[in-house]
Design a protein around this ligand. Sequence first.
Ligand code: E4P
Length: 270
Amino acid sequence: MEFFLDTADLDEIREAYSWGIADGVTTNPSLIKKACDKLKASGSDMSLASYIEEILKVADGDPVSLEVIASTEDAMLAQGLFLYERFNPIAENVVVKIPVNPDMIGDGEVAFDGLKVIKKLADQGIPVNTTLIFSPEQALLAAKAGAAYVSPFAGRIDDELRRAIGGDFDKTAYFPEEGEEGYDDHGVVSGVDLVSQCVDIIAIHDLNHCKVLAASLRNPQQVRECALAGSQVATMPFGVLRDMVGHKKTIEGMKAFTADVVPEYSKLFE
Ligand code: E4P
């Protein structure tokens, strides 16, 4: 499984790359906002364009998703082409992120602009990451339109299911915990289930040009279960990646081994 960093924070990206396990980066307008706020707070006058160039260089050939901010076909297409032409020459690793259904006008309305843009960009050989996937059928459509990645949002569908059940919940907690009441969104029972169904539907229909990129992940258990479900990629915040390596028994074991080191053993390393 490939691990992408779900952040635009250069410090986090550099750190994760130094661990030797990072395979790419995903950004979105909210993550770019966070990075810009941090940059301004540090007193830096680096432009956003230069900052993005730096991310592309750190990722060094690994895919970096950059998202359009428009929501109509022509504007998304123009922005997708701009992002690719402006930034891909830096390290040949730009993936354009397009929402599957960008309509923001009507309640429950749908628009096909996302699919049309995916098709047009894919026809020009530009890799597209389809974002805001909340159903396996959206993933199927995006893959058929030519997307290189589909990003099912595991954490956000869990939030939606938990909201439907009611009561307070911790956004970072695995859902559903053992014994926790479940809920069903048109046959999707959890974020991991959404990812798993996307993996299956794409494999069954031989749409192998398209990788499932499990997104909106909030805890290591989700990452593990998405890996077991066969998701090719998981994008996660720095904190989730860090938490994956931790276990209280590992620390406990280290302390016990260290306490048992005899002087003869220490001497070997002198
Ligand atoms: C990644 O491509 C998505 O934009 C991201 O995973 C969304 O995560 P969030 O739901 O935690 O904001």
